[in-house]
Design a protein around this ligand. Structure first.
Ligand code: FEO
Length: 387
C-alpha cells in the first residue's frame, strides 16, 4: 500500500493480542505500523511486534522489489515496534541502524548489542539524506519513552510520529462508528496521558513543520483535516476538558451505592446535564479513565471498606493521579454502614492533583438510600448542574 509516491506501508494487524501493553483490551485488535521510504537509498521506519516477524519481513521484501534496505530507523524502543531489530540486522548485513543515544543503550539491554559497527546516532535536527528524500529528526523525549525520536520527511512533507497520533484497533477492522477520537483518546489518556508537557513541546515543534501526512506507529495514516487531530492532542495534553458532562464512577458491593450513582445520573439528566455512569469493577477501567479526562466534572462513589475505600476505586484514583489528573470539578458519594470515611479518604488521595475544585455537597449513604441521602443527591445534582 503506497502512502505517497515513495512511502510504502509494510505494517501488520494483530487480532490475537489479549491485552495491549499488558493492560488494555483491544476489541478491534491493534496495528503495528512500519513504513519503507524509497529514495536513492531506502529507509525502513521501525519494525513490528515479535509475533509478526515473518509477515513483516515478507511485506518489506515485497516493497523493496529486489533492493536492499540501507537504513533501519528506530524511533521508539518499546517491543511492539523494536522486537525485530536484531533479526533485521542479521538478515541485511549492510544496513545501518539509526536511533537516539538512549535507544542504543536500550538495544544493549534488549539484544545484548548496539550494533556498534553499523549504527548512526541521531537527535534533534539531525538529517539523513537518502538522495531524493531528506529525513529530519525531531527529538520527542517522554512521548512516551525517553529515547523517542520522530522523523519528518521534508521531501513529501510526511511526519512519522512514533506512538503519537496512534489509536487502538487494527487497520482491517470495521470502521469505528464513533470515529477516530474514541479509541485514540482511550489510547492517549492511558498510555501518554502523564506526559502532557512533553506532548505540548512536540506540538510546538510540529507547528513549525509543513505537514501533509502523519504516519503514526498505530492506527490509520492521517491525510486530511490534520488540524482536527492536532487540536485534540492540544486539548488532551493541556488537560483541558474536551466536553461538558459528568463522569460518575462507582463501586458497589450490594447495589446500594450503584443506586445512589444511578439516581444522581437521573437527576442530572433531568436538568439537561450529560452523565456517564460506570461500574469500576465490571466496566473497562481504561474507558472510565478516558471519560474522567474527557468531561469537566466527575463524581466518585464508593463504599467504606476495611477502614479505607473499596479496592477498585483505589486503583481508579491511582490511574487518575499517575496521569496528572487536574483542572476538573470533583464530588463524592460515600457509603458506610457504621463509620463512613470513604469521601475523606478519596479526597486525601486526590490532594496531589493540581487545580481541582471540590463540590460543596458530599453525599453520605448509611447502608441504603433514605430520605436524607436522596435529598443530598438532589442537592449535588443541582450544584453540579449549576457549573
Ligand atoms: Fe507502541 Fe510505546 O509502543
Amino acid at each position: 500500500m503506497n502512502i505517497t509516491k515513495d512511502i510504502i506501508y509494510i505494517g501488520v494487524n494483530d487480532h490475537d493480542v489479549d491485552l495491549f501493553e499488558g493492560q488494555y483490551i483491544v476489541p478491534d485488535g491493534m496495528a503495528y505500523n512500519s513504513y519503507l521510504v524509497k529514495g536513492e537509498k531506502t529507509a525502513v521506519m521501525d519494525t513490528v511486534d515479535k509475533h509478526f516477524r515473518d509477515q513483516w519481513l515478507e511485506n518489506l521484501d515485497k516493497a523493496l522489489e529486489g533492493a536492499e534496505p540501507d537504513y533501519l530507523i528506530v524511533q521508539h524502543m518499546e517491543p511492539d515496534h523494536s522486537a525485530n531489530i536484531a533479526v533485521f540486522m542479521e538478515k541485511y548485513p549492510k544496513a545501518v541502524v539509526c536511533a537516539s543515544k538512549q535507544a542504543f543503550n536500550m538495544m544493549k539491554n534488549f539484544f545484548g548489542t548496539d550494533f556498534a559497527e553499523r549504527n548512526m546516532t541521531v537527535g534533534e535536527g539531525s538529517v539523513l539524506d537518502l538522495g531524493g528524500h531528506v529525513l529530519r529528526f525531531v527529538a520527542a523525549p517522554m512521548v512516551h519513552w525517553p529515547e523517542v525520536v520522530m522523523t519528518y520527511d521534508e521531501t513529501e512533507k510526511v511526519f512519522f510520529s512514533a506512538d503519537a497520533f496512534g489509536k487502538f484497533g487494527a487497520l482491517d477492522a470495521p470502521p469505528d462508528p464513533e470515529g477516530w477520537a474514541c479509541e485514540a483518546r482511550r489510547y492517549y489518556i492511558g498510555i501518554v496521558g502523564k506526559f502532557g508537557p512533553q506532548v505540548q513541546n512536540l506540538l510546538k515543534k510540529a507547528a513549525g513543520l509543513d505537514i501533509s501526512v502523519i504516519c503514526p506507529l498505530h492506527g490509520p495514516v492521517l491525510t486530511e483535516d490534520l488540524g482536527y487531530y492536532i487540536g485534540l492532542y492540544d486539548t488532551w495534553s493541556s488537560y483541558r476538558s474536551e466536553d461538558k458532562g459528568v463522569t460518575i464512577a462507582y463501586t458497589s458491593v450490594y447495589g446500594n451505592t450503584k443506586q445512589a450513582a444511578e439516581l444522581l445520573a437521573e437527576r442530572l439528566e433531568a436538568r439537561g446535564v450529560e452523565a456517564h455512569v460506570s461500574d469500576l469493577a465490571r466496566d473497562d477501567m481504561a474507558e472510565v479513565v478516558e471519560d474522567a479526562f474527557r468531561y469537566d466534572r466527575i463524581v466518585l462513589a464508593t463504599t467504606t471498606y476495611a477502614g479505607d475505600i473499596f479496592p477498585f476505586m483505589k486503583t481508579f484514583i491511582d490511574h487518575l493521579t499517575e496521569r496528572n489528573f487536574q483542572n476538573r470539578t470533583v464530588a463524592f458519594i460515600e457509603n458506610g454502614s457504621w463509620a463512613p470515611v470513604a469521601a475523606k479518604k478519596m479526597r486525601t488521595m486526590l490532594e496531589c492533583c493540581k487545580d481541582l475544585t471540590f463540590a460543596e455537597t458530599t453525599v453520605t449513604v448509611t447502608s441504603a438510600l433514605n430520605e436524607k441521602s436522596r435529598a443530598a443527591i438532589e442537592a449535588l445534582a443541582e450544584e453540579l448542574a449549576s457549573l
